[in-house]
Write a protein of this length. Structure first.
Length: 149
């Protein structure tokens, strides 16, 4: 009887553990500004976030920057590492040097060469922030006469 109770207790524990893992992976991301991540990183450590920034994804350089100028001049205080697996880097070559949206888990690495380098890991989505799509009404508007000043 005692063995059956232990087995039942173990099964209940495993079910609860798997439910907690499933809930964690399905949590909705917090939509947060890049500036808030820089200013108050402690609020977001370990949380799933949705953020917009300027991506620079090359062989040994995968970063999300606050702006294009921060990428150009490598202003690392306004940047965070993107933890992209080496096998997946090629799929992002079309979005390098563009503004992107990222959904992933935010972290701070106190052991990096820089003081408290921020990063985004467990990336679920990484894609163009602004998708240029030309609609029929856009095409029609382009044909209208231009108004001069």
């Amino acid at each position: 009887m005692q063995n059956k109770s232990l087995i039942l207790l173990f099964i209940c524990f495993m079910i609860l553990l798997s439910a907690a893992k499933a809930a964690e992976s399905n949590q909705r991301p917090l939509y947060v500004s890049f500036i808030n991540l820089i200013a108050t990183p402690e609020k977001y450590i370990g949380k799933k976030i949705h953020v917009t920034g300027f991506a620079h994804i090359k062989f040994e350089w995968q970063y999300l920057h606050l702006s294009e100028n921060d990428a150009k001049y490598k202003v690392m205080q306004n940047s965070m590492a993107l933890k992209i697996k080496p096998d997946n880097r090629d799929q992002y070559k079309d979005i390098t040097r563009k503004y992107v949206e990222v959904i992933g888990v935010f972290g701070v690495n106190p052991n990096s060469g820089m003081k408290y380098m921020k990063d985004i890991e467990k990336i679920e989505e990484l894609g163009n922030w602004f998708k240029e799509e030309t609609t029929e009404s856009d095409k029609a508007a382009d044909k209208l006469p231009k108004v001069s000043d």
